[in-house]
Ligand binder design. Structure first.
Ligand code: NAP
Length: 294
């Protein structure tokens, strides 16, 4: 961590509410320090009523930019000058760049998902996939699948089916895709759907620390050795869902690679430089194992 700051030290902020569980300050400050850059990355707990003031502060203080997390990812859009294509279609922003007084919003989660799923591209293209969840990160997953992986059919399974229906209407219009089906999350009814999917993505909070015994399904027959199961959760790195899918022979992928890749893309947008991702992934995995947040 830097021990001296000067008038030209660049400031990058993270805004959200609550904020204390985020790993982003660890990742970004480690990378900035490692690359000897005169920047500092600080978290700010910003309740919703202060969102507009916080965005104005980026301009007033000449900050380089922001990371944005829950609950501000969607609400921040109306305070920005411009959106990238993916942020506009997903409808959520996780990175803001202050480009000489113009605030531009990006969604680097999409980039993190591409990096994570690219090794499986041939298996995903033209196949049936199931996404569990219909929140902000499920929207980033669906955008990325449609734009880069082109599956034949996407099933969206969510506790609140109406939210999945709204998502489908939105994406059908924005991306002209009509092979969506929506289902309510009810594991005994979802077995056939999941077992016949080449890719299963968990984009819900179920199974996240500290509720590590929770899972979107505990039915073995939902999984097989011909599948890829991607859980966006990164704490723990091996969720109960991934443990179960692995025991049935599926290829499993945690959210850690996505976390690092989305952070690397944000880092590049602010600094124009490549983050030392492999080294940071190793450090972070060790940190998560040792220090699960209380
Ligand atoms: P979100 O917008 O709040 O959406 C939460 C989703 O989880 C919704 O589909 C919600 O269903 C479902 N859900 C929550 N509690 C549930 C319960 N008890 N039973 C059934 N469904 C439940 O959150 P998000 O931003 O999409 O984040 C989802 C997960 O992705 C989180 O674990 C987050 O840490 C992870 N994530 C990882 C990365 C990464 O880089 N690896 C990046 C972003 C997010 P309803 O619609 O019915 O409420």
């Amino acid at each position: 961590m830097k021990d001296s700051f000067f008038s030209n030290t660049e400031l990058i902020g993270l805004i959200g509410h609550p904020i204390r569980h985020s790993y982003s300050p660890i990742i970004q400050n480690y990378a900035l320090d490692k690359m000897n850059l005169d920047y500092v990355y600080l978290p700010f707990d910003v309740p919703m009523e202060n969102l507009k003031n916080a965005v104005n502060a980026v301009l007033a203080l000449g900050m380089k930019g922001l990371n944005v997390t829950l609950p501000h990812k969607e609400k921040i859009i109306k305070h920005l000058d411009e959106l990238s294509e993916e942020a506009s279609i997903i409808g959520a922003v996780n990175t803001v760049v202050n480009d000489h007084g113009k605030l531009i919003g990006y969604n680097t989660d999409a980039f993190g998902i591409i990096e994570t799923l690219n090794p499986f591209k041939d298996r995903i293209t033209g196949s049936k996939v199931s996404v569990i969840g219909a929140g902000g990160s499920a929207r980033a997953v669906i955008y990325t699948l449609l734009r880069h992986f082109k599956p034949d059919e996407i099933n969206i399974i969510n506790r609140t089916q109406q939210r999945a229906d709204t998502l489908v209407n939105d994406f059908s219009l924005k991306m002209r895709y009509d092979c969506f089906h929506t289902f309510e999350l009810f594991p005994p009814d979802n077995v056939e759907l999941l077992s016949s999917s080449k890719l299963i993505v968990n984009a819900t909070t179920i199974g996240m620390y500290p509720d590590i015994e929770d899972t979107v399904t505990d039915i073995d027959e939902s999984f097989n050795e011909d599948q890829i199961v991607f859980d966006l959760i990164y704490n723990p790195t091996q969720t109960r869902l991934l443990q179960l899918a692995k025991s049935q022979g599926a290829k499993v992928v945690s959210g850690l690679k996505m976390l690092i890749a989305q952070a690397a893309k944000s880092f590049e947008l602010w600094t124009g430089l490549e983050m030392p991702s492999a080294e940071i992934a190793e450090k972070l995995e060790y940190f998560i194992l040792k220090n699960s947040y209380k």
